[in-house]
Design a protein around this ligand. Structure first.
Ligand code: UD1
Length: 422
């Protein structure tokens, strides 16, 4: 079979929450190309005949093994074609460094379309480069596709909110994950033809890898699984809570961080709390002298570990985990306490109660139909929300189009648009 022509797509990843959002898109491109050369394995009539050259760029915003490499292997993401190695820095320095290095890549690759995902500094930096570049003639630039468009916390003190607003402003194709995104973009005057409600690629990853997560040894390694937990209410897994905290507004001031930890004391007295802590958070615990809130369990990489107990009322602090182990821990938790955006969505999909340690959320569907409650950041708010969620009988529901087919819908739109464009 002859393949009509080829287009080039650059996908950018940079920080931990990007990897699970981009992985299904990269897999969908690979699948698309395989079907072109082996149509007998199920080419649907009407699907684009255009081959896609896929270029993966990692900005290096996150660089630790646990914050980056583990996710590539867990999610079967191929090795990046370009690694920009920008590392950490102030917002301005990090954004500028990504821009400088990404411009060179884009001028070399001359892609037809750029895909950016989520709301991290790398997302905005690369979209901004693409919006201003000229390949040959003025204005000859790639189309810009933003995956997870339209989410708004309406809190401009959040760096991610600035990244979301500006990236959406620059994008030609805005792929929306929940109904609030449609509403927000229309309110901002984005024309309908740019907006595509496709669902959530992060949930594509969750549904694709849930089975693998069931085989994770993490529960055993942390001493949370065993016959001692087998009784009429627990089938071999201890009732435990899972905690993540990394947002600068929560951990960068000693007083605020302390009051969040105070708010978790009751929960720590009734459930072991497992806390895979972001490197930023680990540094702040040392800087503010908050070590007395924690038991350091460290790397849960096998061997016999002490069973986490709630007797001490302290939180079990471990290093950050890869995708598969973390997914396993989320799925079996009695409650998840977090300030992450993505975890609000993942717990909704898993129907696990979630307490969000923030005053607002850019993902309101997780509160409306899902299992999420906003606790605020005061000790009392967190205490009450945790109690409410542990007693809650709310089942939650899967939001519209969170069905594991989002990346394919995105690719269908992209192929159609690139067909029109050229
Ligand atoms: C970034 C995203 C945030 C996302 C989070 C998930 C922005 C503005 N923020 O925040 O939306 O929720 O990732 O993890 O893009 N560090 C390491 N090793 C690493 C990465 C970071 O030690 O691999 C430490 C460094 O001290 C660094 C700090 O963490 O200065 C912050 O990293 P940075 O990428 O600037 O922001 P995050 O807080 O990770």
């Amino acid at each position: 079979m002859t393949i009509a022509r080829k287009v080039k797509i650059i996908t950018v990843v940079g920080a931990r929450p990007n990897f699970m959002k981009a992985a299904p898109i990269i897999a969908a491109i690979r699948n698309h190309n395989e079907l072109l050369v082996r149509p007998s394995i199920g080419m649907h009539s009407g699907r684009s005949q255009t081959a896609i050259e896929s270029v993966l760029v990692h900005t290096g915003q996150h660089y630790d093994e646990a914050m980056s490499d583990l996710f590539f292997s867990d999610l079967n993401i191929p090795k990046p074609d370009a690694h920009l190695g920008v590392g950490s820095g102030s917002h301005a320095a990090q954004t500028a460094e990504v821009m400088k290095r990404f411009e060179e890549v884009l001028l070399r690759e001359r892609a037809d379309l750029l895909i950016v995902v989520g709301d991290v500094n790398s997302t905005l930096a690369c979209a901004l480069v693409a919006a201003k570049i000229s390949y040959d003639t003025p204005g000859a630039r790639p189309l810009i596709a933003h995956v997870e468009a339209g989410l708004r916390s309406f809190d401009r003190s959040m760096p991610e909110e600035i990244n979301r607003i500006l990236t959406d402003n620059l994008a030609d194709l805005l792929f929306v994950s929940e109904e609030s995104g449609l509403h927000n973009l229309r309110q901002e005057g984005v024309p309908d033809h740019k907006i595509h409600f496709v669902g959530n690629t992060m949930i594509d990853s969750l549904l694709a890898f849930r089975h693998k997560a069931h085989q994770s040894p993490i529960l055993q390694n942390l001493g949370l699984e065993g016959d001692i937990f087998r009784n009429e209410s627990h089938n071999g897994v201890a009732p435990y809570a899972l905690l993540t905290l990394h947002r600068p507004s929560n951990v960068d001031q000693g007083e605020g961080f302390t009051s969040i930890l105070e708010g978790l004391k009751d929960l720590a007295g009734s459930h072991p709390i497992i806390f895979p802590a972001h490197p930023r958070t680990q540094k702040k615990i040392v800087e503010f002298g908050l070590g007395h809130f924690f038991i350091h369990q460290n790397r849960p990489d096998g061997g016999s570990k002490p069973t986490p107990t709630c007797a001490s009322g302290r939180i079990s602090l471990i290093d950050p985990l890869g995708y598969i182990d973390f997914l396993c821990l989320m799925e079996h938790a009695a409650v998840v306490v977090t300030d992450s955006g993505g975890i609000q969505e993942e717990t909704t999909a898993l129907k696990v109660p979630c307490v969000t340690v923030r005053d607002n959320t850019e993902r309101p569907i997780t509160v409306k139909v899902g299992t999420n409650v906003l606790a605020g950041t005061t000790a009392e708010g967190i205490r009450q929300a945790a109690r409410q969620q542990l007693e809650s009988k709310i089942q939650g529901a899967m939001p519209e189009a969170w069905d594991g087919k989002c990346a394919q819908r995105i690719l269908d739109v992209i192929c159609r648009e690139l067909g029109r464009e050229r």
